[in-house]
Design a protein. Structure first.
Lengths: 305, 305
């Protein structure tokens, strides 16, 4: 069961109270694919420039990520730089150079179009729709978005998510999407927009899963040290969809035990927490499935009563 | 098994986006006792003025609260007024009139000193110590405090909590108490100060329980409407200690199954959530033990994976 992932591959300059990196591999597609690779084979659709380093390509390959859909264009790879506040709850973007990402028109290689699962990372909603239309027989499709698209391309966004099985966004985005502060009411309004499953990420405070008939909540994993939160939300997405793909669920036809969705939220939380332990994607150099499953078990111990 | 509760009884003027009350029964002791009354007999130690209304006394009596330790002095009852921000995450105090509470010197009636359980609400640490010394054979003692005492009477506070079984504070207070932002590390430092059990309340984000060998986390109950959060933290305390007292646990000698402590945290969360559903203590006019147990079961459904 393979998972197609669309999003950005980037170089990030990151500064946190724990140190800095001038040029670290990043981007939503990178984090999602690396996290999902512990559960399934991610097939990525993204674009990089001529400066994309062989060692970064090698990291993705070493995790079994299918790079056939990774386009390489003349120019430079998407570059982002940001700095975190002392408590790491706030982040200021210093610079965003779209570079080759500016003209990204995702094209699926023929080998991708019959894959079972599709996760659409945060890119322009019409591009997300174009990718969705290229897929032939998906068993689930879901994705992420952000406040920018809610403000500037709201109609496109609503048309895009109408046929998704799940939407995965953070709490402030959920409130903004339906203009409702109370999360319980906001969630019900979002479920009216199309997706039958909604996951709301709350950063260090955990995550929630909503469906018409059910609610699931998990607190955040309490780390001894948060080194760098960059990519944690995307890693959550990768763990969540990776687990669902590994288990072979057909969300399209709603063939799933809700407890499996709950477990997918836990795996998302686990991957998000590991991501914060080192800079950028560095934790993935050593992270093992055994460590992931051990932290899953820890979540059970920490929340059982 | 009776529980002695020390704290304030007050009249509050509260304004939230949902409305206002000019003079509502409040105070930490009131909220703690009302919440604990669903589990055990609370014996309160507090002071009111001549303006204390018969109907407020009647509410406490109707819940089986022992009022022998409720002193009535010439003058007015403690008065507080505050207003909440639109999202209710911030509260501005408009006025604090200590009135008879200014000279409060808690004296335990003879019938109280042999009770089993003691909860010291947020008052001056030396007064908390004086009450503790009047008790003869407690099976657990714990309490609450606040940033004011950390800043102005730190040595007294540290001496006071040294012999407590548990401390129950919110996340910003925990960070301030040991000058450590990371909650996991802050918790370990607080456990070095004396209490073997620490509960950190995080408002809408839930609560955590720390001991040397264990950690428990629960997300906040997701209300459809938060009417008025005043007293929610004290109701959490009342549910937590009330359940422990009902079950007859001897925390002093550490005779407890940790899962029972986890359940006490859930009951605390349940009582805190009910408190927010109406203004001040109004929800307690109709709240039943059956509703409390139903919400406890809901917590289990919402967090099981």
């Amino acid at each position: 069961m393979s998972l197609v992932v669309v999003g950005s591959v980037a170089y990030d300059a990151i500064e946190t109270p724990n140190g800095k990196r001038d040029r670290a591999l990043g981007g939503s597609c990178t984090y999602i694919a690396l996290s999902a690779s512990y559960f399934t084979k991610p097939c990525i659709v993204a674009v990089v420039g001529e400066d994309f380093a062989p060692e970064d390509r090698a990291l993705l390959e070493s995790k079994g990520v299918d790079l056939e859909g990774l386009e390489r264009l003349p120019g430079k790879t998407f570059f982002w730089s940001g700095v975190y506040s002392d408590d790491m709850n706030e982040r200021t973007t210093l610079r965003t150079d779209l570079n080759v990402f500016a003209d990204f028109r995702p094209k699926l290689p023929p080998s991708y179009v019959h894959q079972d699962y599709l996760f659409l990372g945060n890119i322009q909603p019409t591009l997300q729709s174009e990718v969705r239309e290229q897929m032939r027989e998906v068993r689930f499709v879901g994705g992420d978005t952000m406040n920018y698209w809610m403000l500037h391309t709201r109609d496109d966004l609503l048309a895009t998510i109408r046929n998704w099985d799940f939407l995965l966004i953070n709490d402030s985005e959920a409130r903004m999407l339906v203009h409702e502060h109370n999360l319980r009411r906001a969630a019900q309004k979002i479920l009216d927009l199309g997706p039958h499953t909604l996951v709301i990420k709350r950063g260090e405070y955990g995550a929630m899963l909503f469906r018409r008939d059910t609610l699931f909540m998990v607190p955040g994993y309490l780390l001894e040290d948060v080194f760098d939160p960059t990519g944690a939300g995307d890693c959550f997405a990768g763990g969540f969809v990776g687990y669902l793909a590994e288990r072979g669920f057909d969300l399209r036809n709603n063939h799933i035990d809700v407890h499996e969705l709950h477990r997918a939220v836990i795996y998302g939380s686990v991957l998000g927490s590991f991501c914060c332990e080192q800079f950028g994607v560095e934790r993935f150099h050593t992270l093992t499935r055994k460590e992931i499953d051990q932290r899953f078990d820890e979540f059970r111990r920490f929340t059982t009563f």
